[in-house]
Design a protein around this ligand. Sequence first.
Ligand code: GLA
Length: 375
Amino acid sequence: MRKLNLFLGSVLVLFMFGISSCGNKAKEMVTTENFGSFDGKEVSLFTLTNAKGDVVKLTNYGAAIVEVNVPDRNGDKANITFGYETLDGYLAGDAYFGKVVGQYANRIAKGKFTLDEVEYTLALNNFPNSLHGGPAGWHSRVWTAEVLKGTDFPAVKFTYNKPDMEEGYPGNVVAEVVYNWTDDNELIMDYKVTTDRRSVINITNHAYFNLHGSGNGDILDHEVLIRASAFTPVDPTLIPTGELRPVEGTPFDFRTPHLIGERIGEEYDQLILGRGYDHNFVLDNVEEVDAEVYDPSTGRVLQVITDQPGVQLYTGNFLDGTQTGRGGKVYQYRSGLCLETQHFPDSPNQASFPSVILTPEEPFLSSTTYKFGVR
Ligand code: GLA
């Protein structure tokens, strides 16, 4: 009997130890601090540390990436993405730093689309168009946060419950994004969006990167590769004309690596209209890596892997030094670039583009990875 008690006792101790060490593991990987409050909801700053000791910071305001601290080829770490020091910075900021953008990322012409013979009208926050889900889109909402337990890597899940017709979009929509920060310095973003009524969906992350370290010079010396044989030219309001233009022989051919600054100043119609690169590339989706950015001076590499059909290359053409970010860094003209994985802009109005219709029967599932390394 005594033996049995001892045995049961040890099983119990082992079991309890197992539970607590499991819990501790998750706690060590993600720490949570208060970042203020907005709209009566608590906003937190999450610090995710992987086995390498490399750190990503996130906030549930806009489900945003706040920092990505990764080494250069000498092992010196720097934050290479744009973010603000405080929640007030985020509330005042207008350039979507690191945010999850929805319900429709990018532009919808004249803020109107028709679905099932009903016309929907959106706010025109980028006259004459609607941009990035409208002025109070998902980037400006406090998402519910959950630090995931029992995962192999630090992981945080953000959820936003969007009421029917908020910002003009039909459907009670539930949007989830899980950020996984792996030991190979991959930031894997898994999206799931459901609705109770037919609607449209286009979701992206709007992180800006500067591989020198954010706030340190411009990105004209970054080398970019995009596996896209065509892009979608735009009209003067940055709405696609419907044409899929082959990149061959244009400054949009990044199928072999080119420095951003090499051709950005060319007198090419689309570079003039976009004030630089601010265009959707039609991804070939044939190799694992869809796009890559390399900084020859630090050796840092960013790889983008996605299941989405497009990616917006935006070269920070509207940055003007009026935004001050973490560590007092000032974000100047073209000091950051975005690779926003997405469906094509204005798809609800362009029947030839891949469909962006979200139905109650089929959740929208998607995954994009930013992988950081050196060369
Ligand atoms: C997107 C757009 C740009 C600009 C930025 C935010 O990438 O395509 O034109 O509006 O967002 O400043």
